[in-house]
Write a protein that binds this ligand. Structure first.
Ligand code: NI
Length: 260
């Protein structure tokens, strides 16, 4: 067996936070033990940026989709662009898609988000790809939509922040749970309990860079090299070695994203 490498399943290297040092940072990833990075789209502009990163770096893969914060900017053309990009050889998921009610509290905004979430889940189904879910302050609606319309599909609930009980329900449905910097925060009881309770076979490592930096970098710009702190925390919570966490989550991600 090859030496395990860290599989970073969710980062945003197209973000302007990396404008000054993107190339140097990405060039240093392999020496930090990072073997794979999935760059997740968020805005409409990030579709093209992610395609470029994917072409430029052999270890960068792409998730194509639009974040719920930008759902209202989406048109039929956007959906068609996502579909076309998802057919590229290194496109491994549709994402990040979902529901985010934190900044959008109006009912009509929720309706647009739901419509675009479902439309993108449908692309994932048709293109036989997993999807990456962003869900903030929308636990019930997200779960209900996935139960109602996600039958037989695969995916990951990224930056999981809800109850451990709900995480167990997602695991039963066949979904993965993405854990990042939050598990290292002292007060993150739910995330720590989730990491403890769900099987390692369903956990994916992620950073959500440039956001969500783990302790001791909380509040600073995140990057994939810090994922080591997340792996160590999960190992401590489960009473296993960091090496086991890295090896198993690498296999989990390769299977989910069909990377051989
Ligand atoms: Ni993200």
């Amino acid at each position: 067996m090859e030496t395990p490498v860290i599989f970073e399943t969710h980062a945003h290297y197209d973000d302007e936070a990396f404008a000054q040092d993107r190339e140097n940072l990405l060039a240093s990833m392999q020496e930090h033990g990072i073997g794979y990075i999935v760059n997740a789209c968020a805005s409409i502009e990030s579709l093209k940026d992610t395609e470029e990163l994917m072409e430029q770096y052999p270890f960068v893969y792409g998730a194509f989709g639009i974040h719920p914060d930008d759902a209202e900017k989406m048109t039929e053309e956007t959906l068609e662009e996502i579909r076309q990009l998802s057919r590229l050889p290194k496109a491994v998921a549709i994402g990040e898609i979902g529901l985010g009610y934190y900044w959008h509290k109006e009912e009509h905004e929720h309706e647009i988000q739901k419509k675009m979430f479902l439309a993108q889940m449908e692309i994932a189904r048709e293109e036989k790809l997993p999807f990456m879910v962003h869900s903030r302050d929308a636990a019930k609606d997200t779960f209900d939509l996935i139960v109602a319309r996600g039958k037989g599909q695969r995916g990951v609930i990224h930056c999981y922040s809800y109850s451990p009980e709900m995480a167990q329900e997602y695991v039963k449905l066949g979904y993965h749970i993405g854990l990042g910097g939050v598990v290292t925060f002292k007060n993150a009881k739910k995330a720590k309990e989730t990491a403890r309770q769900i099987p390692l076979e369903r956990i994916l490592l992620e950073t959500d860079s440039p956001y969500m930096a783990p302790t001791p970098f909380r509040g600073k710009r995140n990057n994939s090299a810090y994922i080591d702190y997340v792996a160590q925390e999960i190992a401590d919570l489960k009473g296993i070695s960091k090496e086991e966490v890295i090896a198993v989550t690498e296999e989990n991600a390769k299977k989910l994203f069909a990377i051989i």
